[in-house]
Each structure stands twice: as C-alpha cells, then as structure tokens.
Design a protein around this ligand. Structure first.
Ligand SMILES: [Zn+2]
Length: 133
C-alpha cells in the first residue's frame, strides 16, 4: 500500500491556497464551470494538489456536461478511497485521495460504459501535469 502522507491542519493551511484548503481539506465544492479543468483537453495526468499522487488520466476524462472535470475511473486501483457522505440530506459517495485523505469530489454510477462510473471532481483538488511531447 501507499505510505500515508500526513500533515497538521496548520501545515496544510500554509501549503495550500485558501481555495485549495477549503475544497481539499474541508470538503468544499467549487462552482460548476468556474474551475480550471472542466473543459480541459490537454493530455496528461491529474495529481492530488495536496500530496502529488497520480489520481486520474486525461484518457479517462469525458465531458459530463456538469461543469466539473469528470473521469470514468482513477488512473490505477487503490489511488482513491471512498466514504459515505450524508451532507445536504443526500447520500453520496465521497472520493478521497488514498495517500493524504484530500477531499476530491464524489462518484456516481451514471457514467459512460464500460465502468458506468462518473468521478465528479473538483479542479481545485487536482493539478494537471501535461504529458511530455
Ligand atoms: Zn493526496
């Protein structure tokens, strides 16, 4: 398994921008469409903004029309974990970075074949590393 990447709240605050902290460490949600990657087409790997773990590939990104970057699967097994989220009177499945427990977004089962999964992520929690050309 991956080694855990643990920091104190004060360390995260110092490391991240206020937006990154609010989304990734406090379970916030960025506004639809007003975020960096919802329409991003560049090839590359999306890393965790907190710890740099590889999380998603542009190969699995699709246009969900929701205004958030959406992926049909993580880049590898075990890089994300899930938890039940009861916030806002709904039961949703929260997606977290397996290495540092950053809040990334939610996963829904209305995605494209073959996985039928839609990982609805916050751009703020991700950092796109473009593929070397
Ligand atoms: Zn992480």
């Amino acid at each position: 398994m991956t080694d855990k990447f643990v920091k104190t709240d004060a360390e995260w605050k110092a490391l991240l921008t206020p937006d990154q902290y609010r989304v990734a460490r406090r379970g916030g949600t960025e506004p639809a469409f007003q975020n960096a990657y919802h329409a991003e087409k560049e090839a590359g790997t999306y890393q965790c903004v907190c710890c740099g773990a590889d999380l998603f590939s542009s190969k699995d990104k699709f246009d969900s029309g929701t205004g958030w970057p959406s992926f049909s699967r993580p880049v590898a097994e075990g890089v994300v974990t899930t938890a039940q989220d009861h916030a806002h009177g709904m039961l949703r499945v929260e997606v977290l970075c397996a290495r540092c427990d950053a809040h990334l977004g939610h996963v829904f089962d209305d995605g494209p074949r073959p996985t039928r999964q839609r990982y609805c992520m916050n751009s703020t929690a991700l950092n796109l590393i473009p593929q070397k050309k």
